[in-house]
Design a protein around this ligand. Structure first.
Ligand code: AMP
Ligand code: MG
Length: 348
């Protein structure tokens, strides 16, 4: 079932259509909230910037929408014109990548490596076999998955300078990191336009530039797997990225199959987590790790955090327990149906 239930709820945010003064006679610099919604990368996106004037805000949002469309055209795995599509159809011949896909792929491959292959950008043939690329869902036979898994190995994607070589049958899918990368690009665009306060919601990715115009942190809610919200988090200048089994899945014979694949089995990840939320400085890191830690499950996720410690996480367990890393102790709280559930704080 395709769904946009993954959207995180932005609390205490002025959700005004278009642009407008917040009501003061002489608005403070940078306080015109301007908002735009668009459909891209298979999800609903909401962009909000606080600009110095309505005109400025609208122009910045126009550029932001252009940036998103450009990235989608370069990175899409299904659009025939994209560089990723061309690489996937290169029949083993090296192709050259432009700057953006090259930089993103280099970062993604480093995350594949550091997560021990829990993130694997070559998992596409398996994702397709389950029907997640078209919505024509099916449960593949074990033998079919075993055959496809032979082609799932990120170390087979050789990136040297701007040249990418993929052996025949190996295909890339940057879907697990593309929205995080896009969030980073939008923050850079806003910053260079003089904006100091903005927030974007790109499906399960929320990314904030600075604080709210009054200096207080943004409040971002974390979705509960069963619907509604499980908790709220206060952030300044952070990406908050969630991967959850409830975001996209189908059911067959009473079994739910989610869109996040464990590359070591070829089956949808069943790690005991309902969702993994990463809080990081950079969207691309948050996005790659949310997918990877969802695959890893609680124990391996904890070990990964201890080793790296350059991000925080919120893990919601299928058993109704939650765990956060110590950096979120003062900024996260459970609420709604999850209020009162066991919440463990993981320390160094
Ligand atoms: P996300 O929503 O960021 O967790 O990314 C999930 C998307 O990435 C899926 O829809 C697939 O296209 C792809 N994907 C699924 N499993 C993996 C994996 N283990 N590593 C990399 N990409 C994956
Ligand atoms: Mg991801």
């Amino acid at each position: 079932m395709k769904s946009v239930r993954l959207l995180l709820f932005l609390l205490a945010l002025l959700l005004l259509p278009g642009c407008g003064s917040p009501g003061a006679d002489s608005p403070v610099r940078g306080e015109y909230p301007c908002r735009r919604e668009l459909l891209a990368m298979d999800t609903i996106m909401t962009l909000t910037v606080y600009a110095q004037s309505e005109k400025d805000g609208q122009e910045i949002l126009r550029q932001a929408a252009g940036c998103i469309q450009e990235l989608e055209a370069l990175l899409s795995v299904t659009e025939a014109g994209s560089e990723i599509y061309q690489a996937n159809h290169s029949n083993g011949k090296p192709v050259s990548l432009s700057d953006e896909p090259r930089q993103l792929l280099a970062e993604a491959l480093a995350l594949c490596e550091s997560t021990g292959g829990a993130l694997d950008v070559t998992v596409y043939p398996v994702v397709r076999a389950w029907g997640f690329t078209t919505g024509e869902y099916r449960v593949p036979e074990a033998a079919e998955l075993a055959g496809l898994l032979q082609k799932v190995d990120y170390t087979q994607a050789i990136l040297e300078g701007d040249r990418l070589a993929l052996p025949e049958g190996v295909e890339l899918d940057l879907g697990a990191v593309a929205k995080g990368w896009t969030g980073d690009r939008l923050m850079a665009l806003f910053r260079s336009a003089g904006v100091s306060s903005a927030i974007v919601e790109l499906g399960g990715n929320v990314q904030a530039l600075g604080a709210k115009p009054d200096g207080s942190p943004w409040r971002v809610a974390v979705q509960a797997p069963e619907g509604g919200y499980a908790g709220a988090l206060e952030v300044v200048d952070k990406a908050v990225v969630t991967s959850g089994g409830y975001q996209r899945y189908f059911e067959q014979d009473g079994v739910a199959y989610c869109h996040i694949i464990d590359p070591s089995t070829g089956y949808p990840a069943e790690s005991g987590l309902s969702s993994a939320t990463i809080v990081a400085d950079r969207g691309v890191q948050g996005d790659g790790l949310s997918t990877a830690l969802f695959v890893m499950g609680r124990e391996r996720a904890e070990a990964y955090w201890r080793e790296h410690q350059d991000f925080d996480f919120i893990l919601l367990g299928a058993d109704g327990t939650a765990a956060i890393t110590e950096g979120l102790e003062d900024s996260f709280s459970l609420y709604g149906k999850w209020e009162g559930c066991p919440l463990e704080v993981i320390r160094k």
